[in-house]
Design a protein around this ligand. Structure first.
Ligand code: ASP
Length: 323
């Protein structure tokens, strides 16, 4: 029997002025989700079931940018996307442009398990959801007052909100900063994508990522999160979930690169993660979490912070935001 390991993230790039109580809320949710995954792993759940379970929980809570609490499009609507991959046979499922599906990650799982395809989007994905009988709700359910406020700020500044670009030196718990980004005050909470990676005690790796995308994105925009190889990847050797500037993650095929570097350069997991973050992002800002089939866990990011939690079978557990 191998050793299990799990990592979760709630997105890369953190507002340095994020009030302490919101940092605490985020850490509590990450801890809760890690514990959920840990008890499932202790009951011998498979890696693929655990990543779905954990991401569903993150989607249901409005704190991060997925499911309820998703970032809004320029039209004030929600278009969610998600993907899931089972490393054992490299099976995968992905969805984009969802407006009513309560848990996009579970629809991605159904695309993998119950459709002849790997990726369904927009009306076809919604039709498939109805056919499969998954829970659907009105688009309004996903829209939170926080995000309506953020969209207003983004529109006033005529920008898409990227908080990945906040310089490192301004971060830290409770740091006061008059910093503005593209003219936007940064004392607002920018919601972030969620993900989970797991290796179970049989050495099976899986990865899942779910998001509303970027605040004030164009309708129809598809980011890295539903793209297998970019935002999500799992194979025999590792599972990876990314977050950050989607367009940069897509160009760098970031998640697949971690696996490629392990396979072809024979690097260890953390070395592979560091190498990829350093060499594959160009000017982009992003982060990722990863597990290996040996029960290792790793994370890396080149922006000021990443909401994340990691745990391994030997009792190690950590939840962190900053470097
Ligand atoms: N990568 C996501 C996207 O570009 C955003 C995020 O990770 O926060 O849609």
């Amino acid at each position: 029997m191998g050793r299990w390991a799990i990592a979760v993230h709630g997105g890369a790039g953190v507002d340095p002025n994020l009030p302490l109580h919101r940092q605490e809320e985020a850490k509590q949710l990450l801890t809760h989700c890690l514990n959920l995954g840990i008890s499932a792993l202790r009951s011998n759940a498979s890696a693929i079931d655990v990543v779905e379970l954990v991401v569903r929980e993150l989607e249901t809570d409005p704190l991060f940018n997925s499911g309820r609490g998703s970032a809004l499009t320029e039209k004030g609507t929600v278009e969610m996307e998600a993907s899931i991959m089972d490393g054992t046979k490299r099976r995968c499922g992905a969805v984009s442009g969802l407006t009513t599906v309560k848990n996009p990650i579970s629809l991605a799982r159904l695309v993998m398990d119950k459709s002849p395809h790997s990726y369904l989007a927009f009306s076809g994905a919604e039709d498939f959801a109805k056919q499969q009988g998954v829970e659907v709700v009105e688009n309004e359910y996903f829209i939170t007052p926080d995000n309506v406020g953020m969209l207003k700020l983004a529109k006033e500044a005529n920008t898409i909100l990227f908080d990945y670009r906040i310089p490192n030196e301004t971060c830290g718990a409770g740091v006061e900063s008059p910093l503005k980004m593209n003219g936007l005050p940064l004392s607002v909470y920018a919601p972030e994508t969620v993900g989970c990676v797991v290796v179970d005690s049989e050495g099976r790796c899986a990865a899942a990522t779910s998001t509303g995308g970027l605040m004030n994105k164009m309708t129809g925009r598809i980011g890295d999160s539903p793209l297998i190889g970019a935002g999500t990847y799992a194979c025999e050797v590792c599972g990876v979930s990314c977050t950050g500037e989607g367009e940069a993650i897509i160009r760098g095929t970031l998640a697949r690169e971690v696996a490629a570097v392990i396979e072809y350069k024979v690097l260890g997991l953390q070395e592979a993660v560091d190498f990829v973050i350093k060499t594959r992002l160009d000017e982009g800002m992003a982060g990722l979490i990863a597990v290996s089939n040996k029960g290792e866990v790793a994370c890396g990011f080149n922006c000021n912070g990443m909401f994340r939690g990691t745990a391994t079978e030997d009792g190690f557990m950590e939840v962190a935001i900053w470097e």
